[in-house]
Design a protein around this ligand. Structure first.
Ligand SMILES: Cc1cc2nc3c(=O)[nH]c(=O)nc-3n(C[C@H](O)[C@H](O)[C@H](O)COP(=O)(O)OP(=O)(O)OC[C@H]3O[C@@H](n4cnc5c(N)ncnc54)[C@H](O)[C@@H]3O)c2cc1C
Length: 432
């Protein structure tokens, strides 16, 4: 019987090292560089590259990938514990070589890329020398990929791509994009799309603008609205089979979603710690600390309960991924994690704002931004509603329909069966 919640002492030592390393070396970087993904920024490179080397030397680099894919193969459970630390900082996942969307894109290239593509893009991506973009969502359709219209047509040894994509995060920093385009328009809806690599320097590839999240300037926007104008890529830039775009997308999204959740655990634990510290520090009316107010106590208790529930769901899902080594068996679990994430994030971040009062909502605290980030988690890699539907459909597949007029658990029938089973005892002892 194995059922415990301890971390291996050896791995705990690595986590303890990571904890101080992130606090002392990485978190301060978040306050002095604009984008940890911008490999053209000399300050970013001067600060981040030596830290990346330390992580490599310590054997903690690119821990999301198994050895067959060029990583260390820590597995998802250990990665979850690592991400509970890394998620505190924007730069930390980059320093540890496991940042989205590059982690998922590396997985796609490792599974479906030709040797030439692996040499050109996977190697430098895994080494942390370049970054990438995943370009799938379109302006007229995000949630439902069957609405996509961006086309790639075969012309000799090349594909010619035309269309627009929306919220192609990090396109401005990327050396290549993985895009999902219609190549088989006459196929059934789920077999029309294919995935392909587009080098960012391809003639005809255009960034219309770098959209930012609410409150940020275009200068700092990283979610590009892009256009492919007769962009030509060689035939071997196709990833997976023609019409297999959904399959390729799922390769990255399964892992990507749970990785977001692991990092979210870090964010909400961070907010929770600040909330508690503020509650015991801030004096309100009659000289009492905030922590004496019952409704403040309720906010603390509710937050802790929700964080613990969410964290255990994330860890258990990570454990199941390692155990089954088959994402198809954990579709419901991952969707449940994905659907739970924005709610707990929003709840905890909102309470952190409230407990800090005017300071909490000001731009001198990160909590308002965290509330917005909770919506990010409810949209990126699929809207919450879709994940709830997925989880529900998966769960209901585990049950058989009853053909009877009343269900098998209808109390009169259950009682009659029990009386039949214990008829001899009832006859001997009678009933009260
Ligand atoms: C911060 C951020 C980063 C992102 N990065 C990327 C990226 O790098 N690459 C990329 O390709 N995309 C990216 N996306 C886009 C993301 O994948 C889409 O936002 C998401 O798929 C939803 O699509 P949409 O925004 O077009 O919403 P829509 O499809 O317009 O849906 C809007 C809303 O309608 C509701 N809804 C839709 N369908 C249903 C349904 N069937 N049942 C019930 N309700 C429904 C939901 O509330 C949903 O939020 C990113 C998004 C965000 C917020």
């Amino acid at each position: 019987m194995n059922w415990y919640f301890d971390t291996d002492p050896e791995f705990q030592k690595q986590l303890d090292w990571m904890d101080s390393f992130v606090t002392e070396e990485i978190e301060p970087i978040d306050h002095v560089i604009a984008h940890p993904y911008d490999t053209s920024d000399p300050l970013r490179n001067a600060l981040i590259k030596p830290l990346q080397q330390q992580v490599k030397d310590r054997g903690l680099w690119a821990a999301h990938l198994g050895p067959n894919l060029g990583g260390l193969g820590f597995g998802q459970l250990k990665l979850a514990l690592m991400n509970e630390i890394l998620g505190r900082s924007t730069a930390a996942p980059v320093v540890f070589g496991c940042q989205a969307p590059d982690s998922g894109n590396a997985e796609i290239l490792a599974h479906f890329g030709s040797d030439a593509l692996k040499d050109r893009y996977l190697e430098p991506l895994l080494a942390g020398n370049i970054v990438s973009c995943y370009s799938m969502t379109e302006p007229q359709g995000g949630t439902d990929p069957t609405q996509f219209v961006t086309r790639a047509e075969r012309d000799g040894d090349e594909w010619v791509i035309n269309g627009e994509k929306w919220f192609s995060s990090h396109a401005r920093f990327a050396s290549f994009l993985i895009t999902i385009v219609v190549t088989e328009p006459d196929n059934p809806p789920h077999q029309r799309l294919s995935a392909m690599v587009v080098p960012a320097e391809s003639p005809g590839f255009e960034i219309i603008r770098n959209t930012g999240l609410a409150g940020s300037s275009e200068e700092h926007g990283t979610h590009a609205y892009v256009r492919y104008n007769d962009v030509r890529v060689p035939a071997d830039h196709l990833l997976g089979p023609r019409g297999g775009g959904f399959l390729v997308a799922q390769t990255r999204l399964g892992g990507g979603r749970i990785h977001h959740a692991m990092r979210t655990v870090a964010r909400i634990k961070w907010a929770f710690d600040r909330m508690c510290e503020r509650a015991i520090s801030r004096l309100t009316t009659r000289g009492e600390p905030l922590s004496r107010q019952q409704m403040v106590q309720e906010m603390i208790a509710d937050s802790w309960i929700e964080i613990e529930q969410f964290r255990l769901l994330v860890l258990q899902t990570a454990w199941k991924i390692d155990k089954y080594n088959d994402y198809k068996r954990v579709i419901a679990d991952i969707s449940a994690v994905k659907a739970a994430m924005p709610k707990v994030f929003n709840n905890v971040a909102s309470r952190a704002v409230q407990i800090h009062g005017s300071l909490g909502i000001s731009n001198e605290m990160p909590f308002g931004k965290m509330v917005l980030e909770s919506f990010h988690m409810g949209l990126a890699d699929g809207a919450t509603e879709i994940h709830k539907v997925t989880a529900a459909r998966q769960l209901m597949r585990r049950y058989q329909p009853s053909t009877e007029l009343f269900p098998p658990y209808h109390l009169p029938a259950v009682k009659a069966a029990a009386e039949k089973k214990f008829a001899a005892q009832i006859a001997e002892y009678g009933r009260n």
